[in-house]
Design a protein around this ligand. Structure first.
Ligand SMILES: [Zn+2]
Length: 301
């Protein structure tokens, strides 16, 4: 327990805390958050869409991790998706797979593919263990004198605060939760995750442009000053061809091609105005973790 590699990007990261510890802290803060901010109930069309898209993206991520020898990393994950009534434009995913989307975000996500951009990004933070890394870095500094274990024992309050700020929960919603590096990495992983779940990653461009345009009021995790909107969109554009390799419309479904939209969803994934999308038929795309020759041809850029 000291160094490990981030899935997909292969970046080395510091990891001082056991995942079990981080996950249980995640579950704890998730539960107390929901106590103060009850989830939308009974489900609305919108909250049902959040759950449906979340389940689809998390299923694809789980399959990817299992197929690539990383099942241990998501051990103990129990995915849950909740929508919370709030004007804030925000969403987060706790380690352990607890996801909350704020209704304030929904006018910007608009459709399932828009939601998948958010899901992919937030789930990516958890899968890449950005919170653990950030907390490890912080603790390495704070506990330098006395040692990690002793520090956490003696200063539970401080430890908890470090956790909350590392994961972007609490009163100052994640304003500085993640670094620029973490944000861009979550963008990349997120694009691949949404693509694997059968949502066109191209949709991320219109989503982030709209996020940039709407930048007002509260400062959500998304709109943190780093990376800047233009830089983020430029990086996403650069990475899109890679993410497209993972995209098969309706991917992760056992039956090829026939896209079955989960019940409760509103608009089918793809509302972007891509004129002629040629999805070459792959006879069996049951195992589409790497590009298996399915090429999506897009007119222009
Ligand atoms: Zn983020």
């Amino acid at each position: 327990m000291s160094c490990q590699k981030v899935p997909i990007t292969g970046r080395k990261q510091l990891k001082l805390l056991p995942s079990s510890y981080i996950n249980s802290m995640g579950n704890e803060s998730y539960a107390s958050f929901l106590k103060e901010n009850p989830a939308v109930a009974p489900p609305t069309i919108q909250s049902a869409a959040v759950t449906a898209v979340g389940e689809r993206v998390s299923a694809a991520v789980t399959k990817y991790m299992n197929d690539n020898g990383m099942a241990k990393r998501i051990e103990g994950y129990k995915w849950e998706f909740n929508t919370v009534d709030s004007k804030d434009v925000n969403a987060w995913c706790m380690p352990g797979g607890k996801v909350v989307v704020y209704t304030g975000l929904l006018p910007i996500t608009k459709d399932d593919a828009g939601l998948a951009v958010v899901m992919g990004h937030e789930i990516a933070h958890a899968i890449a263990e950005h919170g653990n890394e950030r907390m490890s870095q912080q603790l390495a500094i704070e506990a330098a004198g006395i040692g990690l274990e002793l520090y956490m024992q003696q200063k539970p309050e401080q430890t908890r605060n470090i956790f909350l700020s590392a994961f972007g929960v609490g009163s100052q919603l994640g304003i500085l939760a993640y670094s620029r590096q973490h944000e861009l990495e979550a963008d990349k992983l997120g694009l691949i995750f949404m693509a694997m779940a059968g949502y066109d990653p191209q949709r991320s461009l219109s989503f982030w442009k709209e996020m940039a345009a709407s930048g007002s009021g509260s400062v959500p995790e998304f709109l943190s000053t780093h990376p800047s909107d233009e830089h983020r969109i430029a990086e996403i554009t650069k990475f899109l061809p890679e993410a497209q390799k993972y995209y098969v419309a309706g991917g992760q479904q056992t039956t090829p091609q026939k896209t079955v939209q989960p019940s409760g969803t509103t608009i089918p994934g793809n509302t972007t105005k891509t004129a002629t999308k040629t999805t070459t038929t792959t006879p069996s795309n049951t195992n589409n973790k790497k590009s298996t020759g399915t090429v999506i041809i897009k007119p222009g850029k």
